[in-house]
Design a protein around this ligand. Structure first.
Ligand SMILES: [Zn+2]
Length: 109
C-alpha cells in the first residue's frame, strides 16, 4: 500500500527532527493531485505511530484543490479528478497547485 510507505516516511521525518519530544498534533497538506489518498493516510497514521513519540497525536489534513493551466487554450481550471484534462479536451496542461504532499506544522507537548 502506497500510503503506508508515505505515512511511515512522514512519521520518521517528524520523529527524527524532534527526538525525545512528545508530538501531540501533526498537520499535513495533501494536494488533490499528490497521488496520495488522505483517508488512507489517516488510517495508516494510527498504525504507524504506535510505539513512537507520535502515538496518540492528532492528525489534521488540509486538502488544497488542484489548479491547472491549459497550454492550448490558456484556460485556468480545477480538474474534477486525478486525470487532468482541460474542458477544451487538451491534456497539454501545467499543474499550478495541488501536487504537494508536505508537513505544515507539528505541535509538541
Ligand atoms: Zn484548454
Amino acid at each position: 500500500m502506497h500510503e503506508l510507505a508515505v505515512t511511515e516516511s512522514l512519521v520518521d521525518a517528524v520523529s527524527e527532527r524532534l527526538p525525545g519530544q512528545r508530538v501531540t498534533c501533526v498537520r499535513l497538506e495533501i494536494g488533490a493531485l499528490s497521488g496520495v489518498v488522505a483517508d488512507s493516510v489517516r488510517f495508516c497514521f494510527d498504525l504507524v505511530t504506535e510505539g513512537t513519540s507520535l502515538e496518540g497525536a492528532r492528525l489534521e489534513i488540509a486538502q488544497p484543490p488542484a489548479q491547472c493551466h491549459c497550454r492550448i487554450c490558456g484556460a485556468d481550471f480545477g480538474p474534477a479528478g486525478p486525470i487532468v484534462i482541460c474542458p477544451c479536451g487538451s491534456a497539454e496542461v501545467t499543474v499550478l497547485a495541488g501536487q504537494d504532499l508536505r508537513i505544515l506544522s507539528v505541535q509538541v507537548a
